[in-house]
Design a protein around this ligand. Sequence first.
Ligand SMILES: NC(=O)c1ccc[n+]([C@@H]2O[C@H](COP(=O)([O-])OP(=O)(O)OC[C@H]3O[C@@H](n4cnc5c(N)ncnc54)[C@H](OP(=O)(O)O)[C@@H]3O)[C@@H](O)[C@H]2O)c1
Length: 290
Amino acid sequence: MKILVVGSAGHLGAAVAAQFAATCDVTTTTRADLDVRDHRAVQAVVDQVRPGVVINCSAYTDVDGAEDEPVEALNVNAFAVRVLADAARAAGAAFVHYSTDFVFDGTLDRPHTEEDQPNPRSTYACSKLVGEWFAREADRHYVLRVESVFGSSAPHDSPRRTSVDRIVDSVLHGVEAAVFVDRTVSPSYGHDVARATQALLDRQAPYGLYHCVNSGSCTWEALAREVGRQLGVEPRLKLVRMTDAKLRAQRPQYCALSNEKLSAAGVPMSTWQDAIARYLQARRPASSRP
Ligand SMILES: NC(=O)c1ccc[n+]([C@@H]2O[C@H](COP(=O)([O-])OP(=O)(O)OC[C@H]3O[C@@H](n4cnc5c(N)ncnc54)[C@H](OP(=O)(O)O)[C@@H]3O)[C@@H](O)[C@H]2O)c1
């Protein structure tokens, strides 16, 4: 099976490309090879590769920056998705696209299901929701909402590390970590998202929208404390309330996602605590692993 992974230099793109490389013929493109805003170039790459699956990991992910660059966010997160989905459909390929918990307003007090009504509160979130709608133009599509991704392969001193990776880095190195005490999320280990993506395709699970997160939910404070517990250290934490953070873009406050639909499709996800344990294990030098 030929797989085209677009946006393969990102956190999720790298994990997805690595996951499929073990068993599939994978072609990857980074922004330098294929700018998804160039619609003709997208079509040309799909025509050339003739993939059985197109996986879109590219995105405009600067949540606050999108407030100043709405057109750029829409071009990458929405209109490019339409072109990718159309190209996949024309090539007879399945289309995988990733979205976000930010499509919700965060006012529910229970884990959100795929049936819950989105109500995006920021430009980034709006652009991602429109992208979800355009992804459906590929009749064989999986739209996978992920949240608080961790397990990035970006170097530890890179500004491109995810927020959760930075929290883990801080606890590991005894550095103070600023953590939200009042934002609840269902963290997503990139490797688990990549494995689930392949499992959905392998099982030919029903196409559609899935919440693809590790099971359970936590605040960033609870996550940092769990990392400390597993490492046997007391984390140094700066506790922050969302209202005090003065972020330009509004974030949903309670945004646990239910992954029951994914599980019912035969793709269960382990708990976020188990995912953190495997991530910490993977980060240990090979010589010190049991
Ligand atoms: N990270 C999270 O916590 C999180 C949470 C919820 C949802 N998501 C979703 O998960 C997906 C993957 O996100 P991620 O965390 O892997 O983000 P990421 O690390 O920022 O990766 C996005 C990739 O897209 C590339 N890109 C941006 N504009 C492009 C363009 N015009 N043409 C081609 N490539 C372009 C970026 O290239 P450069 O490297 O050159 O910038 C980057 O490599 C996205 O759909 C995102 O919305 C992520």
